[in-house]
Ligand binder design. Structure first.
Ligand code: RIB
Ligand code: CA
Length: 317
């Protein structure tokens, strides 16, 4: 049975690829897309989500803009990685998919209420929308089967030396989601750095020979330039689609159930995620924390999705 999914995102180049995978694969029933401020402002992430859903031919999926700032603290924008538009690289035309007039959190709540079964939330941006949903509608906890999160790391960070961007951008939201009692599975940088968009991956995408594949190559080539400039990566890590691939085939992600915490007060470590992998603390296990990735399976799923949509989606621009 397909997994009913709400995708909360901040497109963002890797979010864009996650949208394509979620639309393309029959194991995913994408019921709604909500966006949050993160890689860019929430207006830009909403426009980018509409662009990608339009390109994927997913004209019936509602998409709404959510929170425009974190629960507390200053707004952090990842424009140094994703550019002024949030999807720099290719040129885009006007999207066909409209913007749903509801606030993203209201769209989440309405989608859960209408589902008739527990849903999975895939959260691949700052967790502000998800935390706000749980604050406003505590009863929705029972309607959520699992929250699969791209965020955190069992070792170092990226946005700061010890904090990954999605968590750093709203650490209070991450802590509230972690403590909500809803099962969570975390795909951190220690996993996503195993999914590098190497020259071979770009060559496989190019060889598909469709306008959508060409657009993905342009997106990922831009993404590679900012990763190289900022962190010296030879190839950029494709973080977000791993969450969707895990829902399609759980064997893609090796994970452990351990005690996890979000650092809120550290002078230099705010936003760090602390995974007690060796039981050194008296923390009850409270999260599934990703450790390993089946690269071959992941790339087959990701490239297969671009191929399938490229041969059946809308015109490229
Ligand atoms: O740190 C990587 C994460 O932050 C990804 O989700 C990327 O899209 C940005 O949101
Ligand atoms: Ca993201």
């Amino acid at each position: 049975m397909p997994v009913p999914v709400i995708l909360d995102c901040d497109p963002g180049h890797d979010d864009a690829m996650a949208i394509l995978l979620a639309v393309a694969h029959p194991a995913i029933d994408l019921r709604a897309v909500t966006t949050v401020a993160g890689n860019q402002t929430v207006a830009k992430t909403a426009l980018n989500a509409r662009r990608m859903l339009s390109l994927a031919g997913a004209h019936q999926v509602p998409v709404a803009a959510g929170c425009d700032r974190p629960l507390s603290g200053a707004l952090e924008i990842g424009d140094y990685v994703h550019g002024e538009s949030g999807l720099d690289g290719p040129a885009f035309g006007e999207p066909v998919v409209p913007l749903d007039p509801r606030h993203g959190v209201d769209l989440m709540h309405d989608t859960l209420a209408a589902a008739g079964e527990p849903m999975t939330i895939v959260a691949i941006g700052p967790l502000t929308n998800v935390a706000t949903l749980l604050r406003r509608h505590p009863g929705d906890r029972e309607r959520i089967r699992e929250i699969v999160i791209m965020g955190g790391s069992v070792d170092r960070g990226n946005h700061t030396p010890y904090a990954e961007f999605n968590i750093y951008a709203d650490p209070e939201a991450a802590a509230e989601v972690l403590d909500s009692g809803v099962p969570t599975t975390w795909v951190g940088l220690n996993v996503s750095h195993q999914a590098l968009v190497t020259a071979d991956v770009l060559a496989r995408l190019s060889a598909l020979g469709t306008p959508l594949a060409e657009l993905c190559v342009e997106l990922l080539t831009f993404f590679g330039t900012t990763y190289q400039r900022t962190w010296g990566f030879e190839a950029p890590p494709l973080h977000d689609p791993i969450t969707v691939a895990y829902l399609i085939d759980p064997a893609v992600l090796g994970h452990v159930h351990v005690g996890l915490r979000v650092e809120l007060d550290g002078t230099h470590t705010r936003g760090a995620t602390v995974a007690d992998l060796h039981g050194r603390m008296d923390w009850a296990p409270n999260a599934n924390v990703g450790l390993t990735l089946d690269r071959e399976r992941f790339w087959d799923l990701m490239i297969g999705a671009v191929d399938a949509l490229g041969r059946s989606g809308d015109e490229r621009r």
